[in-house]
Unconditional design. Structure first.
Length: 121
């Protein structure tokens, strides 16, 4: 049986705080996915403020970019790999130069969508 989600209340929307960067939003998404995978649940309304989105909003944005072939499989692999490590690739490290370029490109393309939806400042 599906659980009905209630829409955010006006108070929640007023307290919603956009992410400063797309990278910050991506790491938040990965932490939420990890918690979900491990059986955890979270409330977006907990704490002093909430986020202006659900983790699935980021998933749909990335999936949309991939379906339109704006980002490719390599971009997705880099986002996943470094997302789960909770760090960005280091362009000073020779082995991470290419992953950094892909990471930067993917986040740049994702930021356009997230800024339009006011998820990122």
């Amino acid at each position: 049986m599906k659980t009905r989600r209630s829409p955010p209340t006006l108070t929640d929307i007023r307290n919603a705080k956009p992410f400063s960067t797309t990278e910050e939003a991506w790491f938040w998404y990965v932490r939420r996915q990890r918690a979900r995978r491990d059986g955890g649940r979270f409330e977006n309304r907990a704490g002093a403020f909430c986020r202006p989105c659900e983790p699935d909003d980021l998933y749909r944005a990335v999936k949309g970019l991939a379906l339109k072939r704006i980002i490719g499989r390599e971009h997705l692999e880099v986002l996943s790999h470094f997302g789960f490590q909770e760090r960005a690739p280091d362009p000073r490290c020779r082995e991470e130069e290419r992953p950094f370029a892909l990471w930067d490109e993917a986040l740049d393309r994702l930021s356009t969508i997230l800024k339009a939806k006011e998820i990122v400042e």
